[in-house]
Design a protein around this ligand. Structure first.
Ligand code: ZN
Length: 290
C-alpha cells in the first residue's frame, strides 16, 4: 500500500520520495475546505472571546525573546492547538511559537495523522492539546524545535490522550491508538519520547529535531522501547520494555517487518522505516493485530 510521502525535508538525505502522494494532496484540499468551515462564525466568536491577549495566558517561559526568529501560531494547518495544563477543556486559542522549519514539519505530521487515521475510520481531527513548543530552557524546546503532545481529538469524540496516560490504559484499543499516534510522530520527528521511555513522559509525547533523519536505531532506548511496546500490544510478544535491543526484540521485530511486508532495512533506510511506521499506525487506528 502506498504510504504518505509528503515533501522531502532539507535535513534528510537526498534519494527520498519527493513525489507528492495524490491521496495526501487530496487530503490537503479537504483540509483547506475544513479550515474554511472552521473559520466560520463559531471560530470567529471564539477568537473574539479570546481577544488579543492570548499569549498572556501562556506561562512567560513559553514566550520567545523577540530576537529569536520564531513563527507564532494558534493552529497547525488549520487545526487549533489548545493548552489544558492550567485549564482542562479550554478552547481559548494560544500563541505558540516554534521555528519555521519545525512548523513546516508539524504540517507534514498532521497531514499524515489525518490521512492514516481516516483510513482507520476516524473523522477529521478537530483539535490538538499541547503542553508546549518553544520553552525558555536548554535543549530542543529552547531552540523552538520541539513539541509536547498532550492529546489528539477527532470529530465524533474519539481521542488519544498521552495526558491521561493512554500508553498504560487498561483498554488495548487505547494503547494501540496511542502507538498509532506515536508511530505517525516518529515518521516526521526524531527523537520521540513517549510514556514507555521514562516517567517524565507519562503524560505527553515529546517530539523534536535532535536526531534526524528518522530511522530505527537499535542503540536508541526510545526507538527500542517503542518497538518492544509495539510488539507487545499488536503481537502479544511479552517482551520486557527495557530499551535494550536483545535477541528476543530482534526476533519479534523481524516478525513484524515480515507481517507488514516491509522491504528494505528500517535501521538504515528512511523510506522503509516510514512505511513500517505508517503500517503500524494503520493497525493502531483500526485496532487490529499485526
Ligand atoms: Zn518536550
Amino acid at each position: 500500500m502506498q504510504e504518505p510521502t509528503g515533501t522531502t525535508a532539507p535535513q534528510e538525505p537526498a534519494g527520498g520520495t519527493p513525489a507528492i502522494n495524490r491521496r495526501l494532496f487530496l487530503g490537503g484540499l479537504g483540509a483547506v475546505a475544513a479550515t474554511a468551515l472552521a473559520t466560520g462564525a463559531g471560530a470567529a466568536s471564539a477568537r473574539a472571546a479570546d481577544g488579543t491577549a492570548s499569549t498572556a495566558s501562556l506561562p512567560t517561559a513559553m514566550q520567545a525573546p523577540s530576537a529569536m526568529a520564531m513563527r507564532t501560531f494558534s493552529r497547525i494547518d488549520g487545526t487549533p492547538v489548545y493548552y489544558w495544563r492550567s485549564d482542562r477543556g479550554s478552547t481559548a486559542l494560544r500563541d505558540w511559537q516554534c521555528t519555521e522549519a519545525f512548523y513546516d514539519r508539524l504540517v507534514l505530521w498532521i497531514r499524515d495523522l489525518r490521512e492514516l487515521s481516516a483510513d482507520g475510520g476516524f473523522g477529521s481531527i478537530d483539535f490538538l492539546v499541547s503542553a508546549g513548543f518553544y520553552v525558555n530552557r536548554s535543549g530542543q524546546h529552547g531552540e523552538g524545535t520541539a513539541m509536547d503532545l498532550d492529546m489528539v481529538h477527532w470529530a465524533g469524540g474519539r481521542r488519544s490522550s498521552p495526558l491521561d496516560g493512554h500508553h498504560a490504559a487498561a483498554d488495548l484499543t487505547l494503547r494501540r491508538r496511542y502507538l498509532a499516534v506515536d508511530a505517525v510522530t516518529r515518521r516526521r520527528f526524531r527523537y520521540v519520547l513517549d510514556g514507555w521511555y521514562n516517567a517524565d513522559h507519562h503524560d505527553h509525547i515529546h517530539a523534536d529535531f535532535a536526531g534526524l533523519p528518522t530511522l530505527c536505531e537499535k542503540g536508541s532506548s526510545s526507538d527500542t522501547r517503542f518497538v518492544q511496546a509495539m510488539c507487545n500490544n499488536f503481537m502479544g510478544a511479552g517482551l520486557a520494555v527495557d530499551g535494550v535491543w536483545g535477541s528476543n526484540t530482534q526476533t519479534w521485530f523481524n516478525r513484524a517487518k515480515t507481517r507488514l511486508s516491509i522491504e528494505g532495512d528500517p535501521h538504515t533506510d528512511l523510506t522503509a522505516w516510514r512505511n513500517m511506521l505508517a503500517r503500524i499506525s494503520r493497525h493502531g487506528f483500526s485496532d487490529t493485530a499485526i
